[in-house]
Design a protein around this ligand. Structure first.
Ligand code: SAH
Ligand code: SF4
Length: 483
């Protein structure tokens, strides 16, 4: 019997509702179970639920929690959006994410015409913005449940309410200081998993909405994190990714502060976990300890994602990034010296207010010098309420031209870096079937490079030693040498 069943067995749904914490949510999960069972009987088929994620790994992790609750309530989870219960976990980091959600909501109303009992819900970062919520309330009456990032842990209770009222349920909190542990999660992959180590962000980069929608930084207790990792390992997970907006400041809010390097080393000590990744460190406070821990711990992936955003000191200052071009370059050089074979990737923003072609040249200079293994390049998107939104904006066509110029250099560097691995033998975790090439599977090296090898589904979730035969730009074709 798994632990969720054990917890549910101890819950008495004839007793008054528990006031708070995980037991309150389990109380509602148990009540929902009865409801879903009965409704499924009436329908003559299982009630279905589906969740769609927008945005980053942290949202993907939150979706696993939503699906964990839905599955525990007895819903049958499906991939398609025409489910009895459909939830969109929204992102608002850039405007195109917002537009995506509106497009999908429009489409979801068609499913609702075919199934008038369908319930549509929206949660996530975008719901922490009043203007977005107002628009949804006004223009999308088919949305029956709205909640935000701070109260995701109350999902089970909101579900119950949605099915027991005719009114739309809107629950928005503007903060939350507690972390509720031990709620169910339904992992997307059996062999790898994200692990939240902290929530929120206190950095307030001037372009970024995250601190406003995710709130103040708070760290989970190391014992809770390690307990989760041990459980994941016991369930067969081999690779984990520690998740936080600014992982180097992990532990500062704890009663007994623990550094991120210490946490990473402890996570690496968990038997069964064979590879560890983390996202995202901030260049301003990446410690020497962390570099040494990565260097000395082979289980930690040879990959550091180190967002640069801009290479111009003037723009970095205006962005409130709190490092200079020279400091960043020195750090990148030091990392490459200390950790042989490490891949460095980054995030870049083009078109921050006031950015000129000369500023972009500075960014390009950093790209060439660091020779990134890969980079996510974004066009600056105005986020209302952030300091940069009020500054004079760069014209669209100028942003576009600078973006194209920068992207060409990024791609050139990434190809060069990838090509260097040709002929090497490296360990790959096989992640999925290659859906374009029958008879092939796709794996990932420690440094995050993708390799396609001949194989079948039985290899998924296993580590293989592979030879990197043929470089195709940003990825490889190779063959398996052994386990
Ligand atoms: N905490 C992480 C990043 C979170 S957001 C960090 O600090 O690195 C992911 C990326 O989105 C950022 O690194 C940035 O490059 C990009 N981004 C954030 N706000 C943006 C905006 N307003 N316009 C364009 N890109 C943005
Ligand atoms: Fe946004 Fe900066 Fe925080 Fe990253 S560190 S989430 S870019 S405010």
């Amino acid at each position: 019997m798994n632990s969720i069943e054990t917890i549910l067995e101890q819950i008495d749904i004839t007793a008054p509702v528990p006031e708070a914490g995980d037991v309150r949510q389990y109380y509602y999960i148990k009540k929902m179970r009865g409801f879903v069972e009965e409704r499924s009987r009436e329908l003559g088929r299982p009630m279905t639920a589906s969740a769609v994620t927008f945005g980053c790994q942290m949202n993907a992790k939150d979706t696993e929690k939503l699906l964990g609750v839905l599955g525990s309530c007895g819903f049958s989870i499906i991939e398609e959006e025409n489910a009895d219960f459909l939830i969109y976990n929204s992102c608002t980091v850039r405007d195109n994410a917002d537009q995506h959600l509106y497009g999908r909501l429009g489409r979801a109303s068609h499913y609702r015409k075919q199934n008038p009992d369908m319930k549509i819900a929206v949660c996530g970062c975008m719901m922490q913005e009043k203007s977005a919520v107002d628009k949804i309330r006004r223009s999308y009456p088919q949305v029956r449940l709205i909640f935000g990032t701070h109260n995701l842990f109350c999902f089970a209770e909101y579900l119950w309410r949605v099915y027991h009222t005719d009114k739309r349920v809107t629950e928005l909190w503007d903060r939350n200081d507690q972390i509720v542990e031990n709620l169910p999660a339904d992992r997307k992959y059996f062999y790898k998993s994200g692990v939240n180590i902290m929530y929120g962000c206190d950095n307030f980069c001037t372009y970024c909405i995250v601190p406003y929608v995710r709130g103040r930084e708070k760290s989970r207790e190391p014992k809770d994190i390690l307990r989760e990792i041990k459980q994941l390992a016991a369930d067969g997970v081999k690779e984990i990714m520690l998740l936080g907006q600014n992982v180097n400041s992990y532990g500062r809010t704890l009663m007994e502060p623990v550094s991120f390097a210490e946490l990473l080393a402890a996570a690496a000590g968990v038997d069964g976990i064979e590879r560890i990744r983390f996202m995202t460190p901030h260049p301003k406070d990446l410690s020497e300890d962390l570099i040494r821990t990565i260097r000395d711990t082979p289980k930690i992936a040879r990959h550091i994602h180190l967002p640069l955003q801009s290479g111009s000191d003037r723009i970095l200052r205006a962005m409130n990034r709190r490092y200079t071009k020279a400091q960043y370059l020195a750090l990148a050089e030091h990392i490459r010296e200390e950790i042989p074979g490490v891949a460095l990737t980054t995030d870049l923003i083009v078109g921050f207010p006031g950015e000129t072609a000369c500023d972009v040249d500075e960014t390009i200079d950093v790209i060439r010098r660091v020779e990134y293994d890969n980079a996510f390049t974004f066009i600056y998107s105005i986020r209302s309420g952030t300091p940069a939104a009020k500054l004079e904006q760069v014209p669209e066509e100028e942003k576009r031209a600078n973006f194209d110029r920068l992207l060409a250099v990024v791609q050139d560097c990434a190809k060069k870096r990838t090509a260097r691995l040709a002929g090497q033998e490296q360990v790959a975790l096989i992640e999925e079937l290659n859906d374009q090439l029958p008879g092939y599977v796709t794996g990932r090296l420690s440094n995050n490079t993708i390799v396609h090898v001949r194989g079948d589904a039985s290899m998924i979730g296993q580590f293989y030693s592979v030879r990197l035969d043929e470089c195709r730009g940003f990825y490889y074709f190779g063959h398996v040498k052994g386990r």
